[in-house]
Design a protein around this ligand. Structure first.
Ligand code: NAD
Length: 264
């Protein structure tokens, strides 16, 4: 769809776990538009799966370990990226984690430790990643992270992840302000619900998908390709003056105030 607009650009994709990952949909779209990509994976259990996906689809793309809750891991990872390029053009940050139990019961029961963990991995990691990535972006760049509507309004069972996404979106705005003078843009994609590994931890996730099909202006849910296309746009020069934004890719669902009320 966006053929060739990322030709000559190099990007990092963080957050591929399997072929259903939003990061993978973004990677395929960016590679299809001509970008060279470097991937991470979270520890040994995912190494084989990610490397197999790459060997079957993007055989020239390297992948290195990186746990975003560790500053040392992030520094080491971007050190490896530096061995491939002195100019990194974009980063897609598609990483989040919360304790499964916290996505299955009332928010009021969230423990201090689990709150801190969800915030660290799902929000603070963007700050730590942006700091390292910016050092590799002397000619400017684009950083894109994934958020969800549960940051704006209450979505059943999204709980601590909604709070972390609110922090993530605010972090993106502050990063956009800090890094803007260096021509580095920072934006969020607020994606509609997709059936991924992470989403399977949220109680009632399927019902949310059905809700979107029923009430969104476009009367459909999204797919990974919809998010991938938006990511290509945000990391491309077509979005050259777009920063600090939250771009909803949700078939318009977020604009509906009373979506279940039938029209006369
Ligand atoms: P996913 O499970 O495929 O991806 C989540 C990724 O986060 C995995 O690759 C996992 O390995 C990685 N991760 C978790 N903890 C990490 C850590 N400490 N260090 C490094 N990586 C770590 O699920 P997904 O749905 O593709 O999620 C990607 C992003 O999209 C997340 O930020 C998620 O909140 C967001 N999002 C998802 C949906 C949805 O409905 N699936 C909707 C909107 C936004």
């Amino acid at each position: 769809m966006a053929g060739g607009i990322l030709q000559g650009k190099t990007g990092v994709v963080l957050g591929v776990a399997n072929e259903r990952s939003i990061a993978w949909a973004c990677a395929l779209a960016c590679a299809g538009a001509g970008a060279r990509l470097v991937f991470n994976y979270l520890g040994e259990p995912l190494e084989k799966r990610v490397k197999r996906l790459l060997s079957e689809n993007l055989p020239d793309a390297p992948a290195y370990p990186c746990n975003v809750s560790s500053d040392a891991d992030i520094a080491e990872f971007f050190g490896k990226v530096r061995s491939h390029t002195d100019q990194l053009d974009f980063v897609i940050h598609s990483v989040a984690y919360a304790d499964r139990e916290d996505l299955q019961r009332d928010f009021v029961g969230t423990s201090r430790a689990n709150f801190a963990m969800a915030m660290d991995i799902s929000a603070y990691s963007l700050v730590a990643v942006a700091r390292e990535a910016a050092e590799l972006m002397p000619a400017g760049g684009s950083i894109v992270t994934m958020t969800y509507f549960g940051s704006e309004k209450v979505v059943p069972n999204y709980n601590v992840m909604g709070v972390a996404k609110a922090a993530l979106e605010a972090s993106a705005r502050y990063l956009a302000s800090d890094l803007g003078p260096r021509a580095i843009r920072v934006n969020c994609i607020s994606a509609g619900p997709l059936r991924t590994l992470s989403a399977s931890a949220i109680a009632g996730a399927r019902a949310i998908g059905r809700f979107v099909e029923k009430v969104s202006p476009m009367r459909r849910n999204i797919d990974g390709g919809d998010v991938g296309n938006a990511a290509v746009y945000l990391v491309s020069d077509w979005a050259s003056a777009v920063t600090g934004e939250v771009l909803h890719v949700d078939a318009g669902c977020n604009i509906m105030g009373m979506g279940l009320v039938e029209k006369e």
